[in-house]
Design a protein. Structure first.
Length: 193
């Protein structure tokens, strides 16, 4: 004798997984299977967004968008609450901003094991986006296209962390550019096109 829970699980499987169950569960309607197939063949994302939140003791915030542009990804947006000057700006390994200091985001996103460098260098971390520069009002505007970052494959930045650092990235010190602590963190997520 089967329990109510196993019958409910069988019905769930038939409805959402498109499988018929031999014990009295009807097969899904043809439209359900077609919709499942259409979802599987959906196009790759073309836009992502990261909403920066301050780490403990910081007042930095902002919104950055990432948009597929030719053979790269356009990075644009505004960050406020910074001290005037340059600040390291990197994609990090993990989309996890749960630690008060954002160390939960891990190190720079570097799926190909290359050295830390400038965003214009051929050999660099995928996460090396260089620096943002804040004016006297503490606001930095970003608008450039990165040739390494993608929305699919090994260099996909989706689901990764975006970090703004306290100091400038010197673009050479290994492995972080000596950019100091983390003043803001975000998770890069798929955005509505």
């Amino acid at each position: 004798m089967r329990s109510t829970a196993s019958v409910t699980l069988a019905a769930f499987g038939a409805l959402f997984l498109g499988t018929a169950h031999a014990q009295g569960t009807a097969a899904p309607a043809a439209g359900t299977a077609a919709a499942h197939g259409a979802h599987a063949a959906a196009a790759a994302p073309t836009k992502a967004v990261a909403v920066l939140r301050a780490t403990e003791g910081s007042k930095v915030s902002g919104t950055i968008t990432f948009t597929k542009a030719g053979d790269g990804v356009k990075v644009s947006g505004t960050i406020s609450g910074l001290t005037p000057g340059k600040h390291g700006f990197h994609v990090h390994e993990f989309g996890d901003c749960s630690a008060p200091d954002a160390t939960s985001a891990g190190g720079h996103f570097n799926p190909t094991g290359e050295p830390h460098a400038a965003p214009t260098d051929a050999a660099r971390h995928t996460g090396d986006l260089g620096n943002v520069e804040a004016g006297e009002d503490g606001t930095a505007t970003i608008d450039h296209t990165d040739k390494r970052a993608t929305f699919e494959g090994v260099n996909s930045i989706l689901g990764r962390g975006l970090i703004v650092h306290a100091k400038a990235d010197d673009l050479k010190t290994q492995p972080t550019g000596d950019a100091g602590g983390r003043v803001a963190c975000a998770v890069i997520g798929v955005a509505k096109p």
